[in-house]
Design a protein around this ligand. Structure first.
Ligand SMILES: Nc1nc2c([nH]c(=O)n2[C@H]2C[C@H](O)[C@@H](COP(=O)(O)OP(=O)(O)OP(=O)(O)O)O2)c(=O)[nH]1
Length: 145
């Protein structure tokens, strides 16, 4: 039996680094989780698990619509350290992350979050990010002016 390449056996999660602009971003949208208890209070990027039959992009549009009530356009993918370009979340999940921009609606903590914050470069680490997000935030920081 062959072992799958590192990363591919992990459950697929998608996340949106929602920025105020894809051209000259100055702010990132952070969301505070309400569930499960072990993660509640931690800050993350909107997103979630890819459902069967969905592409990762479809899953991200669905999650952002459900969680924030907005439509987004996706920009580039943020390359992660796994061989397939995803970001490890602990041992069992791997997240594909896109830059994104709101195209319709005003983000609100409709589902899975109880607070949203737009963070600028100077206060990007002012919230307790979920630990797995920190390397991703480090990369997002390089996009903010
Ligand atoms: N959405 C999201 N999940 C993250 C981030 N960082 C991080 O470690 N995670 C973890 C938390 C969860 O264990 C997992 C994603 O699952 P989720 O609970 O958001 O997925 P979901 O909305 O589809 O939830 P469900 O089907 O379990 O109800 O990834 C992040 O930035 N965004």
């Amino acid at each position: 039996m062959t072992t799958p390449p590192e990363g591919t056996a992990r459950t697929a999660v998608v996340g949106a680094a929602v920025l105020d602009s894809l051209v000259r971003p100055t702010r990132l949208l952070a969301a505070r989780r309400t569930e499960p208890p072990a993660l509640a209070g931690g800050w993350e990027m909107p997103g979630g698990k890819v459902d069967p039959g969905e592409t990762p992009e479809q899953a991200l549009h669905r999650e952002v619509r459900e969680e924030l009530g907005v439509e987004v356009e996706l920009g580039e993918r943020l390359p992660g350290p796994l061989p397939d370009g995803r970001w490890p979340l602990g041992e069992t999940f791997a997240m594909t992350v896109w830059l994104a921009r709101v195209t319709a609606g005003e983000p609100a903590p409709i589902e899975d979050h109880d607070q949203l914050r737009w963070l600028e470069a100077h206060d990007l680490y002012a919230v307790p990010w979920l630990p797995a997000d920190l390397p991703i935030i480090d990369l997002v920081a390089t996009y903010l002016t």
